[in-house]
Write a protein that binds this ligand. Structure first.
Ligand code: SF4
Ligand code: SF4
Ligand code: FES
Length: 251
């Protein structure tokens, strides 16, 4: 396997030069032991083509910057070993997000919009007291919040989502996961009706087709299927006027 010659076919386009057309450029590279798509892209940029655009920060599947379509699937370049792929590797930028150039997209603006739309902060009437002791939270709730917060905002769930590809206002699995995170948080004082406003529409839980590409594509293996089902159940109950207590468990 380590002696393979890899052929990369990479999408090239610079939207700053609208007079040019998108095309696929081919690069060849000797595979090395433990090579990731990210390492291969760096070698191509250093040794063959300094103009190639792609994003990375952490190189350790933490920052979410290097997501791209690798042989048809949204994945993290720094987490994808070339030995798990055939010798011919096709790379495209993530759809849905604004293209910066080649494989680089702007996920930041999209996720900032998501944070504002879902009002991703604790809504509380309590005034902040810096001298107050930290409030305790039961371990189970803390773990449920932690699980939802493992999202690295890579955009893989959005890029592979049929609804997000046809509706630019759709919150997607990352957005619905974010709402679930606040729904289980006992410090957040939003009423069920306020949550319904955020996610009880075609832009939210009702726009989801439920085919679970998001769950398959999440590199952090977040339990998106469970989160979507949880939010859908809650929203349906609110819609039907069923009263429920705050902080209901996810499972
Ligand atoms: S299950 Fe819903 S959120 Fe997930 S990919 Fe399908 S439509 Fe998108
Ligand atoms: S939910 Fe998963 S796939 Fe979606 S943005 Fe977060 S880490 Fe990426
Ligand atoms: S470079 Fe940070 S997730 Fe890949």
């Amino acid at each position: 396997m380590a002696d393979r010659e890899l052929t990369f076919e990479i999408f090239r386009y610079n939207p700053q030069k609208p007079e040019t057309k998108p095309y696929l450029q081919t690069y060849k590279l000797k595979e090395t032991t433990g090579m990731t798509v990210f390492v291969a892209l760096n070698m191509i940029r250093e040794e063959q083509d300094p103009s190639l655009m792609f994003d990375f920060v952490c190189r350790a599947a933490i920052c979410g910057s290097c997501a791209m379509i690798i042989n048809g699937r949204p994945r993290l370049a720094c987490k994808t070993l070339t030995k798990t792929l055939p010798a011919k590797i096709k790379l495209f930028p993530l759809p849905v997000f604004k293209l910066i150039g080649d494989l680089s997209v702007d996920t930041g603006t999209w996720f900032r919009h998501l944070s504002l739309k879902t009002e991703s902060w604790i809504h509380t009437s309590k005034t902040f007291d810096p001298k107050a002791q930290e409030e305790r939270m039961d371990n189970k709730t803390a773990l449920e919040i932690y699980e939802a917060e493992r999202c690295i905002e890579c955009g893989c769930c959005i890029a592979g989502c049929a609804t997000a590809n046809i509706r630019e206002d759709f919150l997607g699995a990352a957005g619905i996961n974010r709402v679930a995170r606040f729904m289980v948080d006992p410090r957040d004082e939003r009423t069920p009706e306020q949550y319904f406003e955020v996610v009880g529409s075609e832009e939210g839980a009702f726009g989801c087709m439920g085919l679970m590409a998001c769950d398959d594509n999440c590199p952090m293996e977040l339990p998106l299927q469970m989160q979507l089902a949880f939010v859908r159940r809650k929203i349906a109950k609110i819609g039907l006027g069923v009263k429920e207590k705050k902080g209901v468990k996810l499972a």
